[in-house]
Write a new protein. Structure first.
Length: 231
């Protein structure tokens, strides 16, 4: 059953601080992410839903980005096909599973079990620490895909500390220069966190424009490690 009717993604007004050009394209982003949420419910080791967008005509710095974003499609691909565009797909899955195992082991060691919300937060934090650690020794090139995790943006799109009130979070993103951005939406357990909010859709649109990307791919990565609790 769809998590949200794709038509609902069009029935909102983006935040007023978002430029007019981005407001229009955010509606397209919202539609694509609504379709992605529905099709991701059937993800498996053999198939993966991906939302693919194309961006055109970028404005100059300081101007409204007088461009547009088109939804190219939300295909269900093989993992090999996903990796043609998003090279770090396997790595992000691996790090997500490692993060879940860290939290599971901590629960068992401390004999203290988290709620579903607490568990998801703990896994995201553990994943962030794993990815940050990849950059600790640049001489070893442990992060060749330039992955970044738990990036939160205020409604003005100014980067802010993780977890700040009213901020918008991108779980993990992989800039594939010169033109492609891959966004990995991390989930745990049976979590069905809605990624189609007006603010989130507008943030995707503005981040794409400001980064100068012409291709945007979004896909879900769900931990494959069984939780200690039947969430």
């Amino acid at each position: 059953m769809p998590r949200e009717d794709a038509r609902d993604a069009l029935a909102y007004v983006p935040p007023p601080l978002i430029a007019a050009g981005v407001q229009a394209t955010a509606r397209v982003i919202g539609l694509g992410l609504a379709l992605l949420a529905e099709r991701s419910s059937r993800n498996s080791r053999d198939q993966q839903a991906v939302a693919e967008f194309r961006a055109y005509k970028f404005g100059k710095e300081g101007d409204d980005p007088e461009g547009k974003i088109d939804l190219k499609g939300v295909p269900v691909l093989t993992p090999a096909d996903v990796k043609q565009a998003c090279r770090a797909f396997d790595k992000v899955q691996k790090y997500t599973d490692e993060a879940a195992k860290i939290v599971n082991d901590r629960e068992l060691k401390e004999n203290k079990y988290l709620s579903a919300t607490q568990y998801g937060t703990a896994v995201h934090q553990a994943l962030k620490e794993i990815i940050v650690a990849l950059n600790m020794d640049p001489t070893k090139n442990l992060n060749p895909y330039n992955l970044r995790a738990e990036i939160s943006f205020a409604k003005t799109i100014e980067e802010v500390p993780y977890g700040k009130k009213d901020s918008i979070r991108i779980d993990v993103h992989e800039p594939h220069r010169p033109s492609t951005l891959c966004v990995y939406d991390i989930k745990t357990g049976n979590e069905t966190r809605n990624i189609v909010s007006p603010a989130r859709a507008a943030e995707f649109a503005m981040h794409t424009f400001e980064g100068g990307y012409t291709s945007l791919f979004v896909t879900e990565v769900r931990s494959r490690v069984r939780t200690n609790q039947p969430f």
